[in-house]
Each structure stands twice: as structure tokens, then as C-alpha cells.
Design a protein around this ligand. Structure first.
Ligand code: CMC
Length: 388
């Protein structure tokens, strides 16, 4: 009963109460559990931030060590899951492979369906955070036709991921520390962003009380879409189209004439600046120091320079957003664009799980089941097919 409020896209509807992430778009503030993102990016690491998101407080030394040990312990996946992934076509999109294999994980851990068992819940959370880099790296190697690389549990979370991605036959692969740190920062910046589309999807699916693997697989599906996780891929495609630094001024003129948008600029929430972009720009510079600047990156630097001084962009408060620089870092690290969203899904897993856990603990939470405004016909009489 009662009239429903029409709010397509839920732009003005709070779907939940949450104490995980705070955003003030006008002031350019992003906080996880009250901690400013700048402090976390500078002083913390991804695993500690994941603990903070999931548990609501920073770990002490013993808590952190236990957590890091548990997550590391669970990095391997069942051999049959590897076989499952090997069954994909050689050109399968890694995000499709990731969504499918995370969904498949639920069949390996059927006890995960018992979502009200606190101990089991804690175990599944560790497993998921641990196995995402492994599955993401397998998907990457698959597309390259290279053998999958098993986790190396001597390494940190991010160093292990880089090793599973890039290790060749030689036994001693070691990623440059500056690259490891840059990836760590990217992971911290992407860990949560309150009620974005994929988090909303995880909550909606989770509200049916399904297991967390299935809920996160749905979140990966939402993230796959170009309007959500795909913007950094669009930045790279734009740079390829521009082709050379000489073409930048005419491209900017085109943007100002409304021909197309400057991808990686502007944000729905952040109208002052994207606090993540400031942090990531510094990380990008560190990465370029190691990798050098290729012609595509030169175009990006020129675009940024012109746009930041141009009246059109300044008056509309259009600043580079997080995707502008993350795309450039991934390009410098020689990731193919199809991998960019996988690099987003891995760290976002801790945010999804923190929000899932919070939802389960909220006694007000009901199954996510919005209303609609019905616009169709009523009481239409069935006509036999031959008479239509
Ligand atoms: N290039 C050129 N003009 C732009 C751009 C842009 N990237 N973004 C906004 N504008 C202009 C727009 O044309 C409008 O001008 P006018 O007032 O003359 O009509 C004005 O700025 C306001 O734009 P809007 O569309 O009302 O702003 P919005 O809040 O609806 O859009 C946005 C936000 C992110 C969709 C948009 O800025 C955009 O399309 N950016 C490019 C795509 C992109 O980088 N997306 C990633 C966002 S960060 C993702 C994440 O955090 O998950």
C-alpha cells in the first residue's frame, strides 16, 4: 500500500545506515572509518586498511600479524578452480573470468552459506580477500597464454600479486619496491567508496542471505560496466585516439565544442577535487621514474597541463579524477586495458565485505526490494494466437 517515491537510480534515497566510509564531495573529503584517506595512503598498507574496513578499528601489532598470516595462508585456490579457469576461451575477458570464478568459489566452500555463523563468516572474508589476487592473476596469465603462477607466501599482498602476474621462468622475480608501493596506494584508494553501484549490488544480493562469494560475484558484475569501473580503460582508449602530443590542442577544442568528454576529468560527487587524484598523481610520478614515460603518457601530461589552465575546465570545476592517473599507472606497468577493472575489483573486495558484514549486523535491514511506478496496461483479455 501507499504511494511509492519515484527515485530512479536512488539519487536521493539512503538505502542503509553505514559507518564504513564518509565522503564530502564539496570539500573533497574521503575517510574510511573516520580516518582521512591521505593518512592511510601515506602511512598504512592495503591489508591493514582491509582490516580497518572489515573490523571498524585499526589492528594492534598482534591483531595485524594474525590477520596478515590468515590472509596469506588462504592465497592458494583449489586445483579444480584452476582447471575451471583454464576452460575459458583464450581471449576471455579477465573480468568475466573473475566474476565466474568468484561465483564458483561458493561451491568449494558450501559452509559459507551459513552466514549467521560468526566464525565461518570471518573465515570466508579472509579467504575472499586472499584469493582475489590469485584469481585476477590467473585471468591475466590465461589471456597471455602463459602458465599460471602460484602464490609466494613469503611476499606481501601486493608483491605477491605482482609476482603472480609477471614472474617468468626464472625463480627470482622481484618487483621494484617503488612499483609495489604504488600498487599498495592504488589498492588503499580503491578499497571503498560508500554506496557506489557495485557495493549497492553486493548489499542487495547479500540481503537475500546468500553466501558472500555469490554476493561479491554480483558486485564484480556491476563493476564490470563502463559507467562504473571502466572509466580508466576509457582514458587509455582516448589517449590512443589522440595519438600524439601535437593533436592535444585540437582535441581540447573538440571537448570544449561538446564533441566528446575529456575522460578522467570531472566527478559526480567531488566538485572541488577528487582527494584520491592528488595522492595518486604523486604515486604516478614515482612509477614513471622507474618505467619511464612512453608517448601515451606524454599525451596525458600535456592534456592535464592544458586542461588545468583552461577557462572551460576551471569554471566547471573539472579536475582529473582517480581514473585519470590510475589508468596511466597501469599503462606504465604494461597492463592491457582489460585488466584495469580487475585491479579495481581486488581491493574493492574488502569494502564490499565490510559493507556486507555491516548489513548482516543491522537488525533494521530487510531484503532489498524496491517499489515501482507501474506504467503498463491492466486487465487485458487474452486473445488466442490464431486470432491476433
Ligand atoms: N569533459 C568535458 N566536459 C565535461 C566533463 C568532461 N569530462 N565532465 C563534465 N563536463 C561538463 C558538462 O558538459 C557540463 O557542461 P555544461 O554545464 O556546459 O553543460 C558540466 O561540465 C557539468 O557536467 P555534468 O554532466 O552535469 O556533471 P556530472 O556530475 O553529471 O558528471 C561525470 C560527472 C564523471 C559523469 C562527468 O564529469 C564525466 O562524464 N567525466 C568523464 C568520465 C569519467 O572520467 N568518469 C570517471 C568518474 S570517477 C569514477 C569513480 O569514482 O568511480
Amino acid at each position: 500500500g501507499g504511494l511509492a517515491t519515484y527515485d530512479p537510480g536512488f539519487v536521493n534515497t539512503a538505502s542503509c545506515r553505514s559507518s564504513v566510509t564518509f565522503i564530502d564531495g564539496d570539500k573533497g573529503i574521503l575517510e574510511y572509518r573516520g580516518y582521512p584517506i591521505e593518512q592511510l595512503a601515506e602511512q598504512s598498507n592495503y591489508l591493514e586498511v582491509a582490516y580497518l574496513l572489515v573490523n571498524g578499528k585499526l589492528p594492534n601489532k598482534a591483531e595485524y600479524e594474525a590477520w596478515a598470516h590468515d590472509v596469506t595462508y588462504h592465497t592458494f585456490v583449489h586445483e579444480n578452480l584452476k582447471t575451471f579457469m583454464q576452460g575459458f576461451r583464450y581471449d576471455a575477458h579477465p573480468m568475466g573470468m573473475l566474476a565466474a570464478s568468484v561465483g564458483a568459489l561458493s561451491t568449494f566452500y558450501p559452509e559459507s552459506r551459513n552466514i549467521f555463523d560468526e566464525e565461518s563468516r570471518a573465515l570466508q572474508i579472509r579467504r575472499l580477500i586472499a584469493k582475489m589476487p590469485t584469481l585476477g592473476a590467473f585471468a591475466f596469465r590465461h589471456a597471455q597464454g602463459k602458465p599460471y603462477v602460484y602464490p609466494d607466501n613469503e611476499l606481501s599482498y601486493t608483491a605477491n600479486f605482482l609476482s603472480m602476474l609477471f614472474k617468468m621462468s626464472e625463480p627470482k622475480y622481484a618487483a621494484d619496491d617503488r612499483l609495489v608501493r604504488a600498487l599498495e596506494i592504488l589498492f588503499i584508494l580503491h578499497a571503498d567508496h560508500e554506496q557506489n553501484a557495485s557495493t549497492n549490488a553486493v548489499r542487495a544480493i547479500g540481503s537475500t542471505q546468500v553466501d558472500p562469494y555469490t554476493a561479491v560475484a554480483g558486485g564484480i558484475g556491476a563493476l564490470y560496466g563502463p559507467l562504473h569501473g571502466g572509466a580508466n580503460e576509457a582514458v587509455l582508449k582516448m589517449l590512443r585516439r589522440i595519438g600524439s602530443v601535437d593533436n592535444v590542442p585540437s582535441f581540447i577544442e573538440g571537448v570544449k565544442n561538446g564533441d566528446e568528454r575529456l575522460m578522467g576529468f570531472g566527478h559526480r560527487v567531488y566538485k572541488n577535487y577528487d582527494p584520491r587524484a592528488k595522492i595518486i598523481k604523486k604515486a604516478a610520478d614515482d612509477v614513471f621514474e622507474v618505467t619511464g614515460i612512453n608517448p601515451l603518457l606524454k599525451i596525458a601530461v600535456e592534456l592535464e597541463k592544458i586542461a588545468l589552465e583552461d577557462e572551460y575546465f576551471v569554471s566547471r570545476k573539472l579536475y582529473p579524477n582517480v581514473d585519470f592517473y590510475s589508468g596511466l599507472i597501469y599503462e606504465a606497468l604494461e597492463f592491457p586495458p582489460e585488466m584495469f577493472t580487475v585491479l579495481f575489483a581486488i581491493p574493492r573486495t574488502s569494502g564490499w565485505l565490510a559493507q556486507w558484514l555491516e548489513m548482516l549486523g543491522d537488525t533494521d535491514q530487510k531484503i532489498a526490494r524496491p517499489k515501482q511506478i507501474y506504467t503498463g496496461e491492466r486487465g487485458v483479455q487474452y486473445v488466442p494466437m490464431g486470432d491476433r
